[in-house]
Design a protein. Structure first.
Length: 54
């Protein structure tokens, strides 16, 4: 994202004050959790119903 420090919008102020490393780590954890959830769903559905639901 390109924001000038002289721009005084709310989004610009937020972008310059946020800890980007921590934001990136949180986004990676969220994506990893979604991938794990999607990977686990078919085996759990098969165990519960006996059929694979796709």
């Amino acid at each position: 994202m390109k924001f000038s420090r002289s721009t005084k919008s709310g989004l610009s102020d937020w972008w310059w004050t946020i800890d980007r490393v921590q934001l990136g780590a949180i986004l990676i954890l969220i994506i990893f959790g979604i991938v794990l959830n999607l990977a686990a769903s078919p085996p759990i559905a098969e165990r519960l119903s006996g059929n694979i639901i796709l």
